[in-house]
Design a protein around this ligand. Structure first.
Ligand code: GTP
Length: 299
């Protein structure tokens, strides 16, 4: 039963005084006795997937503004009930007009540690990054969009690490299927089409120094050669078929080709690559995972 003294209406003229604000319950900063469950540290607590437009640098000096999904977390010590959750977003917004690249995350993470009185912090910015792609033979151009995330971590010692995640889509023509098809043609004059499939390499690279997304994409293109195409006329389709003939690959080959390419890149400290061939022969996928695995790096 609601007390008859309580009013059911919203007062649009009501303003909040300092005294009133001070009287508001502040549960997250309450005593440890309010903690539910084990009174232990929490490694990451914060906000996932808040969105805003952010600026990123292009290699030509231009900036591009992209819708970005942000995950921001801090560590919480034992004995503390909760974090001041809104500060994850409010502190981030202080940087909203800046240009974002992996090293920039260090500043935001420092700010998180300061504003949320926390020892460790984590940040991940996810966005779709467009790069213009030229068709193979017809001279047309179209935008290829790459799923990208830049990630930064800061541990309790204040050590900063930065990462880029990139998904690179390519076609993989099966070398075994090619040989079997040739065999059928030669021995029995039977038309036969080897299978190939849309494939994706999920890269995580830890950086020694800054690298443009364009450079990372170029490494993938140089390693795999058969990136999926945007603009395709008949002459491009034929070129793509020849390209796939020239660069056939098993999922193991894809992983090792990328390893060879990234291993020589000095700006990259460590990497993990997961290649997924979404088989057209099978109803399941063929997968490989390879990592450089330097000491204290990724595994
Ligand atoms: N810690 C915590 N807060 C939550 C959660 N879900 C919602 N919130 C709310 O997040 C709101 C904002 O938190 P604060 O940043 O502490 O807000 P504030 O105390 O007005 O802001 P400051 O002036 O920075 O102290 C609070 O009203 C919380 O109830 C949760 O799971 N954990």
């Amino acid at each position: 039963m609601i007390s008859t003294k309580l009013k059911r209406y919203y007062d649009p003229t009501f303003t909040v005084s300092d005294d009133y604000k001070a009287s508001l319950p502040d549960l997250q900063n309450g005593p440890a006795s309010l903690i539910e469950g084990a009174d232990v540290p929490i490694q990451q607590v914060g906000i996932s997937d808040f969105k805003l437009p952010l600026k990123y640098p292009r290699p030509d000096g231009e900036l591009i503004t992209l819708e970005t999904s942000v995950d921001g977390y801090v560590g919480l010590e034992a004995g503390k009930k909760g974090i001041n959750m809104s500060r994850i977003m409010r502190s981030f917004y202080e940087f909203q007009d800046d240009v974002f690249h992996p090293d920039k995350l260090e500043e935001v993470l420092e700010k998180y540690r300061e504003d949320l009185d926390s020892q460790s912090a984590y940040l991940r910015l996810s966005f779709n990054y467009p790069i213009s792609q030229e068709s193979l033979r017809s001279g047309l151009e179209g935008y290829q969009y790459y799923t990208v995330a830049i990630e930064g971590t800061m541990n309790t010692n204040g050590d900063f690490r930065s990462f880029i995640h990139l998904d690179f889509e390519y076609s993989s023509a099966c070398p075994c299927s090619y040989e079997l098809s040739e065999h059928a043609r030669e021995k029995r004059e039977v038309v036969s089409i080897p299978h190939s499939q849309r494939s994706v390499a999920n890269l995580t690279v830890e950086l020694n120094e800054e690298i443009f997304i364009e450079d990372l994409v170029q490494h993938c293109q140089d390693a795999l050669m058969t990136e999926t195409q945007v603009m395709v006329k008949r002459e491009d389709e034929q070129a793509f078929a020849e390209m796939n003939g020239a660069y056939q690959k098993f999922v193991e080959d894809a992983a090792r080709l990328l390893y060879e390419e990234l291993n020589d890149e000095e700006r990259i400290k460590d990497f993990v690559i997961r290649c997924v061939h979404m088989e057209s022969l099978h109803s399941h996928d063929a997968v490989s995972r390879i990592c450089k695995g330097v000491k204290n790096g990724l595994r």
